[in-house]
Design a binder for this molecule. Structure first.
Ligand code: ATP
Ligand code: MG
Length: 411
């Protein structure tokens, strides 16, 4: 679990703000739900046999003997919140959320135990139009942030019936070739065989390459849905690769699944992943409601974006105040500046000589210093000293401070 320090938070915030701006432009609205839920919620949605539930959750028993878990992902909590608050009265509910998720994974580059996601969930729409919309929305995020070279992979998992049939075929195939499975995959054979397709083990790639593909076991409805989605994406100029072996680590997906990935981040190259989960709402006792969503990983995205255009990190003005009366006058002058100008003003606190305050002003990266000593207070004057360019210090009366700052800062 990492700290995100002051030099990075402005980068993070710039990325977050641009994503939020895009989400709002597509008519998605923010929902916030707790970081902690009943453990049962995740077991019942993500699936007992998944890596997340079987070994990665931070679960604990609270003082009332309830088993609670730090959320490992957002969809389950979002569905719970939507049901509990009867939000499904609206027939096209477009939501987004952002925040920390927790999984006790093996930490490595691009994989942390607390990480942050932006999630999108849409309820009440069967698609494939909405499937295309959320993919277009994600593509706009990459474009807006100037992230090139992300590859979109698409697959369909079919209806749950088709998926069950395919699962049987897959179990037969891997059972017949059990000697070639690694320990992990042998474990998955009975409880989560689709995940074997997801294995990154080089020694198993040939076996996986020859495995039966979902596409050959699809039901006609999912097949039509998938072709229509591809046509919509092609029409919208979105490039994609159909990968019949793309599966997701969570149990609740059906029909459309997709991932955006890059080869520029090493092994953890998936930036964003999502898909349909048409059965989940009903599974939790709601009326049958189709749904689709995705989650994007902010750590990986921020890393990929590198430097985004943020404003310089230093303040515009460092306000030097030396002497008791200067402090009192400085506090109110700084407030006056903040009232009237859209600038960042750091007021020196903690006293000290002019010399030591000047050092701090310099270090702060401020564009200019304001200087107020006891002598200036007596005359109701203040000095303005440019710190980043070779220009003379000027003195102005307090009444002339705002226009003088406007001039000096080019406002
Ligand atoms: P991965 O295959 O990378 O483990 P996943 O299938 O577990 O991903 P999802 O649960 O679909 O991922 O989460 C969506 C996105 O959240 C991922 O594509 C990734 O960008 C990010 N993500 C997931 N787990 C982590 C983690 N432990 N650390 C950082 N980012 C993560
Ligand atoms: Mg994972």
């Amino acid at each position: 679990m990492h700290d995100i320090l002051t030099d990075d938070t402005s980068r993070w915030r710039a990325v977050e703000n641009r994503i939020i701006h895009i989400l709002e432009r597509y008519g998605y609205r923010e929902i916030r739900f707790p970081v902690v839920e009943k453990t049962e919620l995740f077991k019942r949605s993500i699936g007992e046999a998944t890596d997340i539930v079987s070994k990665e959750m931070y679960s604990f028993t609270d003082q009332g003997d309830d088993s609670l878990t730090l959320r490992p992902e957002g969809t389950a909590g979002c569905v719970r919140a939507v049901l509990q608050n009867s939000l499904l009265q609206q027939n096209a509910l477009r939501l987004w959320y952002m925040g920390p998720m927790f999984r006790r994974e093996q930490p490595q580059k691009g994989r942390t135990r607390q990480f942050h996601q932006v999630g999108v969930e849409v309820f009440g729409l069967e698609g494939p139009d909405i499937d295309a919309e959320i993919i277009l929305l994600s593509a706009r995020i990459w474009r807006d942030l100037g992230v090139p070279g992300l590859v979109l992979q698409l697959n369909t998992l079919g209806t749950s019936v088709a998926r069950q049939n395919y699962r049987r075929v897959l179990v037969d195939y891997f059972t017949a070739n059990q000697d070639q499975l690694d320990a992990d995959s042998r474990n998955r054979l009975q409880n989560n065989p689709l995940r074997i397709l997801d294995s990154k083990n080089p020694a198993m790639q040939e076996l996986i390459g020859n495995a039966p593909v979902m596409t050959d076991h699809l039901d006609p409805e999912s097949s039509a849905h998938f072709s229509a989605l591809q046509a919509l994406l092609t029409g919208a100029d979105i490039k994609f690769v159909v990968n019949p072996r793309l599966v997701r680590g969570l149990d609740y997906y059906n029909k459309t699944v997709f991932e955006w990935s890059t080869d520029r981040l090493g092994a953890q190259g998936t930036i964003c992943a999502g898909g349909r989960y048409d059965g989940l709402v009903e599974h939790f006792g709601g009326k049958p409601t189709p749904a689709i969503g995705f989650a994007l990983g902010l750590e990986r995205l921020v890393e990929l974006v590198g430097v985004v255009a943020t404003h310089a990190d230093g303040p515009d003005v460092y306000f030097i105040v030396a002497g008791e009366h200067a402090v009192a006058a400085g506090i109110s002058l700084a407030e006056r500046i903040r009232d009237q100008l859209p600038v960042r003003v750091v007021l020196h606190c903690g006293g000290g000589s002019f010399k030591s305050q000047f050092k701090k002003a310099d270090k702060s990266g401020a564009r200019l210093a304001l200087i107020l000593g006891e002598a200036e207070v007596k005359q109701e004057m203040i000095a303005i000293k440019p710190l980043r360019q070779d220009a003379p210090q000027v003195e102005v009366g307090w009444d002339g401070l705002i226009p003088a700052l406007q001039l000096a800062l080019g406002l």
